[in-house]
Design a protein around this ligand. Structure first.
Ligand SMILES: [Fe+2]
Length: 223
């Protein structure tokens, strides 16, 4: 399942609208599951200016869908909280000011519970949007949001790994896997076939003002 999801994400192609609906649920729920072993205190920590709290990642990936999918494409959409746009914008200058990155760990409010309610609120609205076959027109935007969230899933793990390491008690992210687990239960890693040459960033319909740091130059894909 995880390998299949990664494969589809690598292609930036989740197939038809039915595939996109299930991919949306899969990616969003995986982010929540990555945070599940952590306490609210764990999710609050920012161990250095270049890292972000897990709570911030949970909210920021949700802000992306609210800002670039729901607000422009759902008539009369009411945002979950008027100030979340300022708190959870990152480097998208075109959509307004933002809270300074080195101070993300100071955001004790909203609480983790409120951020999780924010995620549920946005998930429900996006689900309603995707239930309509007319959502085909925003499929590229949804894929972009999912790819963005998968990037932050990696950041959740790397950032919290550093935060937990900073604690002299060396708490574990989660209990060690059972010793009965065998290598055959792990998904096999494999190379993915790609055409060589220059390739544009993933997603054909990148919203105005959205530029990820890895998108500033046209990457080369080596087949
Ligand atoms: Fe981001």
């Amino acid at each position: 399942m995880a390998t299949d999801l990664a494969d589809r994400a690598a292609r930036s192609d989740f197939g038809n609208l039915t595939g996109l609906r299930s991919a949306f649920r899969d990616v969003r729920s995986l982010t929540a599951r990555l945070a599940a072993p952590l306490s609210a205190e764990d999710c609050q920590i920012q161990s250095m200016p270049d890292a972000s709290p897990v709570k911030w990642h949970l909210a920021h990936t949700t802000w992306f869908f609210e800002t670039f999918v729901l607000t422009p494409h759902v008539p009369g959409y009411r945002s979950f909280h008027a100030d979340f746009g300022y708190l959870f914008n990152s480097y998208y200058n075109a959509v307004g000011d933002r809270h300074p990155r080195p101070q993300r760990g100071l955001l004790s409010r909203p609480t983790l519970d409120e951020v999780l309610r924010y995620r549920a609120y946005v998930d429900e609205r996006v689900g309603e949007l995707l239930a309509d076959d007319a959502a085909e027109r925003i499929a590229d935007l949804i894929v972009l949001g999912l790819n963005h969230e998968q990037q932050h899933q990696e950041l959740i793990l790397t950032d919290v790994k550093h935060a937990l390491w900073c604690n002299p008690l060396r708490p574990a992210y989660r209990a060690r896997a059972s010793t009965t687990t065998t290598a055959t239960e792990m998904p096999l890693m494999r190379w993915l076939d790609r055409e060589g040459g220059a390739a544009p960033p993933a997603g054909a319909a990148v919203p105005a003002g959205v530029t990820a740091d890895h998108e500033l130059r046209i990457p080369h894909v080596h087949g």
